[in-house]
Each structure stands twice: as C-alpha cells, then as structure tokens.
Design a protein around this ligand. Structure first.
Ligand code: ARG
Length: 496
C-alpha cells in the first residue's frame, strides 16, 4: 500500500485491512472470519494495549519518539471516533491499525512491531475481563450486604427449615439468609482468585515464539496495571484458562443464586415470604396472579452460566499449541456468562432487600410437621437414653399422631412402649413442653454456626468483618487499575 493510498481510508467494498491486504480481502467467508462486531467489548482495551506497547517501543528505542507521538495521536483520534467508526477489518486489532494508518500513513505500520495479534488479543481479553470480574465481585458484595442486613433484622423470626422440601427443624430468617451470605463469601473469593491469575501480561510473547526486538515485557505489564508477565511466550499467547476459571467462578455463583431463587419461589408460593411487586409479574390472562418471575429468571441464569462454561471448555478442549482461530470464539462464552450472572446477582439483592417476611405465618409454619422432633430426641439422649433409642421413641410418637405433631401424651405413650416406663422418669415434663416450642427449639441450638440468636449475632459480626476486608481488597484492585490508567495517560501525553 502506497503512502497516498494508506491515507485515503479503507475501501468499503474491497475491504483490504492492513493485515489481510488484497490477497485475502473478500470471499464468502469474510463475515464469518471477522470478529470486529463482537470485539467492541475489547475496543478500549485494545487502545490501552496499543498505547502501552508503543510507549514501550519508544522507550526501548525500537520506534523513534516522533513516530510514537504520531501513532499515539492517531489512537486518541480513533478512540474519539469510537468503535462504530472503525474501518472494516478482520478484527478490532486490524481495524484499529488500519484506522491509524489511514490517519498517519505508513508510520502507523510501526505500531505492530514486536508483537502479534496473538499476544495482543490475549492482553486485551485479560485487560477487559479484569473490570468485569471486579464488577461481579462488587455485585456479590452488594448482595452479601443485603443478606446480612435483612438477617440482622430477623435474628428471632422463627421459620421452618426444610429438607426434601418438608418442614424439618425450625430455624430463623436470620440464620437462613446468612447461610447464603456465607456461600457468597466463597464466590467473592473465587472471583478474586480468578482475577489474580487473569491479571498477568502476555505481551511480548508475539505470535508465540517471542521476538528478536529488545522488548521490555515488565514495562508493558506495568503500564497496563498487570501484576507481572506470563513468562513462557507460547503459554502467554495460547492460554485461556483464565477464562475458564473466571467462568467457573460465575457459574458457581449462579448455581448458588438459583438456590436462593428457588427458595423464594417456593416460600412465596406457601405464603412464607412476599416479594415486592417490582420483583413479581402478573399474568396476561389470569387477573388474580402475582408470579415470582424475576426469581425464575435468576434460577434459569444458572443455565446460561453452565452453558457458557461448557461452551468454553468444549471450544478449548484438544486445541493444539500454539494459536488456533478457534480461540476467537472462546471468550464470548465467558463474557456472556459474566454479564448474565452479574445482572442476576443485582436482581437477587433487590428482591431480598425489598421482600417482606410475614412473622406470624412463618411462626405457624415453623411448628408444622412435628419439626421439633429432633429436639425431643436430643433431650432424651442428654438424659442418658442412647440417641438411636430416643429417635425410636420420637418416631413412634410421630407415627401415632397426624401431621400437626406429637404432644406430650403421644410421647409419653411411646416412651412407655419403647423404654418400658413413663417419659417423666427420663426427662422433666416441663423441659419436654419447652422443646416442643419452635422458638425455644431454635434458642436451644446455640452451637457455633447454629440458629440460636446469640450464635447468629456472632455470625453477623464476622460477616461484617469479612465484608469490610473484601471491600478493601476490591478497592485496592480498583485503585491499582485506575493508577495504571493514569500512569499510562501521563506517559502517552509525553509524546503527543
Ligand atoms: N481476532 C483474533 C482472536 O480473537 C485475533 C488473533 C488473530 N490471530 C491469528 N493468528 N489469526 O483470536
């Protein structure tokens, strides 16, 4: 391409970008080959990567400062025009380079010295994914805060706890909500772990075999806020396990969210929780219906996330070293999973924050299905009856009455049959009455991590501490990215 041609803009019909030139410029598969549209997500990332690379090339004397200044000026102009204004191209990397060449002529071609689109795209993906991971972390922190806050409002609100969807033992709304808060802490942790391994620079790996130029890989890493480099150049340009673990982290989060969503669907169906109208929907035909649609959509998001993870792993499976174009279709799975799950996390936070827990209905339901049976068996066991025998007594009593639960008389009859004597020869009748009461039953289960109000109070304190620590870690990670972006801006302004 001559100097004049290069300044004249790309030909919309010929479509010869700087990478493909005339030889491979068209053909029926042109659209199929191009990732330009979906690359919008890494448009800003590519500009940052280009800038850091050009600054490093200038510092190393690989490109002269005047050329670097022209290229960096053109990149500012390309950014201003936006992704939509890019010339046609096989991908965003080629299109931006073409756009730079359109603006400054052949000198723009120096930008791609000592690199390949292979290390370039890997750097762009890592750069962009960092932000998405931090956003996802922030969503988990918001949800954790809401769960802990509402739990704090309900340390004594007794509710039925279920196993197999049947009332099993009474618990409290506070203890129940904290169970999800605890699980979400691990999701936050998994996202941070994925972040730390994502935040490494592949730049300088070039196609996969490094470069003859005297590049400073640590410098581009630093300019982009990466925590060091990925050493092996073949690994650096080929590896996509950072996508796998990021997607796995959001898939795990989504699976947890689907559990909360399912609970809220079931609870609202049984009148144990009332979702705010903002999180419900109506039927187009049945006027009486208020449906928990948002929670059903959250439940379904686990499918999106699992599909993303599966799509990603299937795309990556068996790929030989080093670069294969399959990789162009890998990261979309990760990005769409993280988008869907981050949104769902925010929706759950809103639903939990605005939901109403009807205390009377919950208390009534908490006593159903003889849910205090375990407490009675525990009581007998602590009086010296082997737990297994105690279990038998209470099971016999439970069989003798209907679903409402056993009373003292039924327990006494069962004790006479199994233990050969009255219940009161083993336990104080008053203690039995107490153990039959759901509120007392909850209060007595004060083991570490249990539902008794004091145990929940301690758990709430620890939830708050962990939340503060994770919020700090998030601020540090964010801060490092902002600092790096400022540093890069300052370096660039030294040339233009
Ligand atoms: N758009 C490509 C991708 O996302 C960039 C790398 C192209 N490299 C190549 N050797 N064809 O993977």
């Amino acid at each position: 391409m001559s100097e004049e041609e290069s300044g004249s803009g790309s030909d919309a019909t010929g479509g010869s970008d700087v990478v493909r030139r005339e030889r491979f410029s068209g053909g029926p598969a042109r659209g199929f080959l191009s990732s330009l549209e979906s690359d919008e997500r890494i448009f800003e990332a590519d500009l940052a990567v280009d800038r850091a690379h050009v600054v490093m090339l200038a510092e190393q004397g690989i490109v002269d400062e005047v050329s670097a200044g022209e290229i960096l000026g053109a990149l500012a102009d390309v950014e201003e025009a936006g992704h939509a204004a890019l010339p046609d191209g096989e991908d965003v990397h080629a299109a931006i380079e073409t756009a730079v060449v359109e603006r400054v002529g052949d000198v723009g071609g120096r930008m791609h010295t000592a690199r390949s689109r292979n290390d370039e795209v890997a750097a762009c993906l890592r750069y962009r994914l960092r932000e998405d991971l931090l956003d996802a972390v922030e969503r988990t922190l918001e949800l954790r805060e809401v769960l802990a806050e509402v739990a704090g409002e309900h340390p004594r609100t007794v509710m039925p706890g279920f196993t197999h969807l049947q009332p099993a033992q009474p618990t409290t709304v506070g203890h129940y909500l904290l169970s999800y808060e605890s699980a979400l802490r691990r999701d936050t942790g998994r996202l941070f772990d994925a972040y730390d391994r994502t935040n490494r620079s592949p730049l300088g790996a070039a196609a996969f075999a490094g470069t003859t130029f005297d590049v400073d890989r640590e410098r581009t890493a630093e300019l982009l806020g990466f925590d060091g480099v990925i050493e092996n150049s073949m690994d650096a340009s080929s590896a996509r396990d950072f996508l796998v673990e990021s997607t796995a982290a959001v898939a795990s989060l989504a699976t947890g969210l689907s559990g909360i969503a399912e609970d809220l669907v079931v609870f609202s169906n049984r009148g144990l929780v009332e979702l705010d109208d903002d999180y419900a929907s109506t039927s187009s035909i049945m006027p009486q219906k208020v449906n928990p649609d948002t929670m059903e959509l959250v439940r379904a998001t686990a499918g999106d996330a699992a599909a993303g993870l599966n799509g990603l792993l299937t795309t990556l499976k068996g790929l030989p070293r080093a670069y294969n174009r399959d990789l162009q279709r890998a990261h979309g799975h990760a990005f769409s999973a993280i988008d869907a799950v981050s949104e769902a996390t925010a929706v759950v936070a809103g639903a939990v924050a605005t939901a109403h827990w009807p205390e009377r209905a919950l208390a009534e339901a908490a006593g159903e299905g003889f849910s205090t049976a375990t407490g009675i068996a525990d009581l007998l066991a602590s009086s010296g009856v082997p737990f297994r025998t105690a279990h038998e007594v209470v099971a016999l009593a439970a069989e003798s009455v209907d679903a409402g639960g056993a009373d003292y008389a039924a327990l006494d009859a069962a004790a006479r049959e199994v233990l050969g004597g009255p219940l009161e020869s083993h336990v104080d009748p008053e203690a039995v009455e107490t153990a039959l009461d759901p509120t007392e039953s909850v209060a007595s289960r004060d083991s570490f991590g249990g539902p008794a109000p004091e145990a929940v109070a301690g758990a709430l304190d620890r939830a708050e501490e962990r939340h503060e620590a994770d919020t700090e870690t998030l601020a540090e990670r964010h801060g490092a990215l902002v600092d790096a972006a400022d540093r890069l801006d300052r370096e660039v302004s030294g040339y233009v």
